[in-house]
Design a protein. Structure first.
Length: 408
């Protein structure tokens, strides 16, 4: 084993992983098979085995990719998927890392349609309450469809016939094939951001389920849902229904029908405007005549013909009001005066000076000006100030007697 390279298991797995990932054929390939052992992990990742009659292949689809699926994958379903091959080093097994996946066959298409329809309906994308009104007379009309298709020709023919001065803005896209969903989404987003349109028509002519499939994809449905501008879906014939129809603010049976929905007939509108103009003119004239009659009546009324009579009556009313005001004011002043006299008498009765005037006196100790109410509060020899109604007397205590006050 001299000079021989000895690999660890990890080194060998890493080496094989490098070989596989550098193979251009294995970086981006499409594979068809049947799903088995399908598992949806709580993380959002999907794990399954893709098999045919002779072989099987491990597959993993990470959450970010699985969220874009337009159908509910399950065991037993035939699918076509795109991805790249790499080695899961821990187990030393190669597997497909799935980028996108679609059901195979018509039955699978219908199943995917119903599954996506149910999913979006549960999320509220079809709710009528959130749908926007189509403007009566849009200034600009955006159209997302193929520039070469019959739908664009039908829309132009109907719109310009009904309203020759209409302004159509086309964002040309493919309407079928792998790139169609992304182009339709970009068209809707472009008209929302830059074109200043008032309504958008999204559609194409009739076709098979596979041909209409771009309008059954989740990314188109969500672009329609999040559009700030109202959208009319006009996909296929009257019997064709797509996911786009359910999400759009209005569904048109055909592109021609969308043209009828989006603008009125200009000649009918002009005729209607003339009718309203005539009615308005008659109404204004009628109101002006009525106003003239009322003005003439007022000019002939007493206040205008004999204004001095009205002034004389108002002056008489003013004199009466003046007399009433003076009488009421005098009565109020008299009542307030009586109340003031009563309050003054009550205050005088409660005044200590009134009590002093009846012969009573207030005695205070000279040393601290404390009012004396009992003989025990002074001692012999203390100086006492006696407050009278008029003047004061300064006394010295020579004797005192305990006991209650006596009347008389």
């Amino acid at each position: 084993m001299v000079n021989k390279k000895v690999f660890s298991v990890s080194e060998l797995n890493a080496y094989l992983k490098g070989l596989i990932e550098n193979d251009s054929w294995l970086k981006n390939l499409w594979i068809k098979g049947e799903i088995s052992n399908f598992k949806a992990h709580s993380s959002g990742h999907r794990y399954f085995v893709l098999k045919d009659k002779l072989s099987s292949l491990r597959c993993v689809m990470f959450r970010s990719r699985a969220m874009r699926l337009s159908f509910q994958a399950q065991s037993g379903m035939d699918v076509i998927l795109r991805g790249y091959i790499s080695v899961y080093e821990r187990d030393g097994q190669y597997q497909v890392y799935v980028e996108e996946m679609y059901p195979a066959g018509m039955g699978a298409l219908y199943l995917a349609f119903e599954q996506l329809k149910t999913k979006l309906e549960q999320e509220g994308l079809f709710d009528e309450g959130r749908k926007k009104d189509i403007p009566f007379l849009p200034r600009k009309i955006g159209v997302v469809t193929s520039s070469d298709g019959a739908a664009w020709q039908d829309i132009q023919k109907v719109v310009y016939k009904r309203f020759p001065s209409a302004h159509l803005v086309l964002v040309p896209t493919t309407v079928q094939g792998d790139n169609a969903p992304r182009e339709i989404v970009r068209g809707i987003q472009l008209l929302n951001k830059a074109a200043e349109v008032d309504v958008i028509i999204v559609g194409r002519g009739g076709g098979s389920l596979e041909e209409l499939w771009a309008f059954n994809t989740e990314i188109v449905a969500r672009a329609v849902y999040y559009s700030r501008v109202p959208i009319i879906s006009a996909v296929g014939h009257q019997t064709d229904y797509t996911i786009c129809d359910f999400v759009a603010d209005k569904r048109a049976a055909t592109p021609s029908h969308a043209g009828e929905m989006v603008v009125p007939v200009q000649s009918d509108l002009i005729r209607l405007i003339k009718i309203y103009h005539t009615r308005l003119e008659k109404s204004v004239k009628s109101k002006l005549n009525l106003a003239k009659q009322q003005t003439a009546y007022l000019r002939n009324s007493v206040p205008f013909v004999f204004p001095e009579r009205l002034l004389r009556d108002r002056m008489q009313d003013l004199d009466i009001e003046k007399q009433n005001l003076e009488r009421n004011a005098k009565g109020s002043l008299r009542e307030f005066g009586n109340q003031l006299a009563l309050l003054t008498d009550k205050i005088n009765m409660l005044s200590p000076f009134t009590t002093l005037a009846r012969g009573y006196a207030v005695c205070r100790r000279e040393k601290d000006n404390k009012v004396i109410t009992a003989s025990r509060e002074v001692n012999e020899g203390d100086k006492v100030e006696v407050l009278l109604a008029r003047g004061r007397i300064l006394c010295r205590v020579t004797d005192k007697e305990e006991g209650e006050a006596r009347n008389g």
